[in-house]
Write a protein that binds this ligand. Structure first.
Ligand SMILES: [Zn+2]
Length: 268
């Protein structure tokens, strides 16, 4: 029997039988995995309110072998996110963050970048009311952490500067970068966005690069959200809508299934 421990975020939880819970977590050391917490509904000592959705915990577990069911032994709260459940907007935004992390990772696929990004995004949403910029930065950062880093400065086909292209920039259904108006005609389609939206996309991607420098240099997940307020202030509602369409298009080929939390959100 292998015993381990790791910091983790609770992605999904459901009751099982009289007193147990089945819990799926995204952990720093072991990636995403699911385990059974025996007696979780009764034991305030081993699981003191720590196996709820979004919980950031230090988890101790035991496992016979890699394919066997994992037993969650104890979970201690690292950080109580007290405000994530205080408004519908915060709850929906936090749900989007963990749903996206869940749908972009496979079981036991270890990547501490996505774990660190989820922790930073939930901390941001706990500290301040959610904004569309916070969610868009998280989406682009999750893509980068999963190997789909975006390039918005140049057309992905002819390398023309997007800033020089003007209107009619296309977000291709292939889920990578932007196409200038000349190249977009030869592509298989995708929504078009304004020059203003393309400029904001570039700033969002720069925030991602500050957090996750290319080439595996030191990551600082919280840096992704450091400029949210400034970008928000420069993003009118019309542009925010275009950007949401753009990032949703870019996510589509890389996410399993629909993004239900996002669909439930009206304005963000
Ligand atoms: Zn082009």
């Amino acid at each position: 029997m292998r015993a381990g421990s790791t910091p983790a975020i609770v992605l999904r939880t459901r009751e099982f039988g009289e007193s147990d819970k089945i819990v799926t977590v995204l952990s720093r050391a072991e990636g995403k995995f699911t385990g059974i917490a025996k007696g979780a509904k009764r034991s305030r000592r081993r699981f003191p309110g720590s196996l709820e959705l979004f919980s950031h915990v230090h988890l101790a577990f035991k496992q016979k072998n890699d394919t066997a069911l994992c037993f969650l032994e104890r979970a201690v709260l690292i950080q109580p996110w007290t405000r994530l459940v205080t408004s519908v907007e915060r709850y929906a935004a936090a749900s989007h963050v963990i749903e996206l992390a869940d749908k972009m990772t496979a079981d036991r696929e270890v990547g501490d970048e996505i774990y660190a990004l989820v922790v930073a995004a939930l901390a941001r949403l706990d500290a301040r009311p959610p904004t569309s910029t916070t969610l868009r930065v998280f989406e682009l950062a999750a893509l980068a952490a999963s190997g789909y880093r975006q390039e918005f400065r140049r057309c992905t086909r002819c390398q023309a500067e997007i800033a020089d292209v003007g209107q009619g920039v296309r977000v291709p259904f292939s889920g990578t970068g932007l196409l200038c108006v000349r190249c977009s005609d030869r592509d298989h389609g995708g929504p078009t966005i304004s020059a203003d939206a393309a400029a904001i996309l570039l700033r969002l991607e720069q925030a991602v690069t500050r957090a996750l420098p290319d080439g595996g240099r030191d990551m600082d997940a919280t840096a992704a959200f450091a400029n949210d307020d400034a970008i928000d202030a420069d993003t009118p509602a019309r542009v925010a809508t275009e950007i949401r369409i753009a990032t949703t298009t870019l996510l589509q080929p890389h996410v399993r299934g629909r993004l239900r939390a996002l669909e439930s959100m009206g304005v963000l």
